[in-house]
Ligand binder design. Structure first.
Ligand code: CIR
Length: 267
């Protein structure tokens, strides 16, 4: 079975929620020193990202950009959406907490009941990796154990299993999904620093070299894999595994610590 047909079942989606970067996007949070993002270029890159989602068969809900929350283009952090229900997070960064209200309104159109992470718990969606019926929940600077345990319970109520993965000792990644991505079937993209973790050994791992680590945050959708442009070794590796890849320019989002997955909520 090729990689592409592998990912068709578990990574199948019909919709996505996106929100273009606000004019003050460059005042958001970042830990990297890659310069100040150009707003127009960010808008162009975001538009190409949306086109790629549409080309994968998704119908988009585009929320208006929001100057009150400069990180609000990174919608993934505000909710965990599964095939059986959705959970509104409580983002770890205080400046991002208010982002959840517009996301809750948007999601209430599709879900009768939304579970909510409560204080003192914090969860960023970027720390939550769905792998079929199992979820990996990263414990990071943003997601704490109280939040992860609440999320585990909600997932259990939806008949999913989950486990916590502490990434606080892994340098250079903000969220768990900065270092792993699930491609469907038994396949997991993994950076070197996480590849030795026992919990991942049962998976067929597609490794990402240290020099291309940013590319680990890729997104499998309906038989294709969205990847950041400019990482040829990783792209070749995915193609060798049979995946259809869609490279996307991400430079302006990378400057703000954002990867491909964080720009949409897919369901
Ligand atoms: C933040 O620091 O919260 C944003 N500047 C970037 C969030 C990226 N989110 C993600 O990878 N899921």
């Amino acid at each position: 079975m090729t990689g592409s047909s592998d990912n068709a079942k578990e990574c199948s989606f019909t919709r996505a929620i996106v929100r273009p970067p606000s004019a003050n996007f460059s005042t958001g949070l970042t830990t990297v020193d890659l310069g100040i993002p150009n707003h127009n270029l960010a808008l162009t890159q975001h538009a190409a990202y949306c086109e790629a989602l549409i080309s994968c068969g998704l119908t988009l809900t585009t929320l208006p950009s929001d100057d009150v929350y400069p990180d609000s283009t990174f919608v993934e952090d505000t909710a965990i959406i599964t095939k059986r229900g959705a959970i509104i997070t409580r983002p770890g960064a205080e400046t991002r907490r208010g982002e959840i209200s517009s996301i809750s309104s948007a999601l209430s159109k599709y879900f009768k009941k939304l579970a909510v992470i409560e204080p003192p718990g914090t969860v960023d969606g970027g720390d939550v990796c769905e792998a079929g019926d199992h979820f990996f929940i990263g414990i990071s600077e943003r997601t704490n154990e109280a939040g992860a345990n609440q999320l585990s319970r909600f997932l259990w109520e939806l008949d999913y299993s989950s486990e916590l993965v502490d990434i606080r000792d892994v340098k250079g990644i903000l969220h768990l999904k900065s270092g792993i991505a699930y491609l469907g079937g038994n396949k997991l993209v993994v950076i070197d620093a996480l590849a030795g973790r026992e919990r991942f050994l049962g998976y067929e791992m597609i490794k990402v070299d240290l020099s291309e680590e940013y590319a680990a945050n890729c997104v499998a959708i309906n038989g294709s894999v969205l990847i950041a442009a400019g990482f040829p070794m990783f792209e070749k590796r995915l193609r060798d595994h049979g995946y259809h890849t869609i490279p996307l320019e991400m430079s302006e989002f990378q400057k703000m610590d954002g990867g491909l997955s964080c720009l949409s909520l897919r369901f």
